[in-house]
Design a protein around this ligand. Sequence first.
Ligand SMILES: [Fe+2]
Ligand SMILES: [Fe+2]
Length: 315
Amino acid sequence: MKTPSRASASPKEVLREVRLNPTNDGPLIKARRLLVLTDLHGNLEALKACESFAREQLGLRLVDGPLNAAGGDEVPVVVTGDFVNPLPDSVQMLRLIRARAWTCLKGNHEDYISVVRDRRFMSGVDRGWRFYPVELAARAFESQDLDWMESLPDLISVDDLLFFHCGLHSNRRSDFRGWAERPEALAIGGHWHRPRGLVWSGRRIVFGGSCGIPLREDGRGPRPELTLLERHAGEWRAQHFDVSYDPSPVVSVWRATGDLERGGPTAWALAQELITGERRLSPLMKWLRSRYPGFESWDVEHAARVCRDEWGVSL
Ligand SMILES: [Fe+2]
Ligand SMILES: [Fe+2]
């Protein structure tokens, strides 16, 4: 029997790529090490914890500016998308990354903000209850913030490195078609909120864990993640680190704004992820999809009732 084909979550997503090397004459990166942060999701506390760990425990000399401006022992920072949403400090996170001139690309959560501000369309993203937290986080963005965010590429190629968010053809699907034919030796991204390594057509791909909403699910609670890329004998090696921090002030601030309550079940599941380091939102959506066709168009009160009483997510 033929299985019915499921429509792709993002059939028309077109990613924008930039190649930083003006010519292929020589390497542009002079620093030996790069700090890669991904999936910050507006969590300034987690960023602070990762930066302190990098400076104090790893002894890294973190510097601001794009990755090709640093040299020797200086360690520039690269952000591989999802630096905003759902936390109320999302706009502050954007402005911090911009002010520090870190090399940065965008992910699906930056795209979601643009959708709810009516600046672009994306299949599967609507204005219903599932995306309420995005609408709430998006209110603080001024048009110049959105202009800068939307000017970011989805993929950055430099020397023998390729930075991506989720995949080469989508910010929501890990699709690496064409990777074997590309010139880079290593691709590094994020999106899955836990560190992973993958070999695709014999070539290396690394996913960093999330700094802002780590979901390693190893029973150790939420520990913000960072990845250090270090060059050894001409080859980049990736090392993942996770650090301790207290997520409760982050959740308290979110609660105090009223947006955690207003955000409905999506926000509540994300707050539980922040506190536990365990996945809550995708299992909830999977459960709803299997049980209630059309749940996307419920009103938020009905969604809250079902998600709370039948599945167990609450404030
Ligand atoms: Fe993310
Ligand atoms: Fe993502």
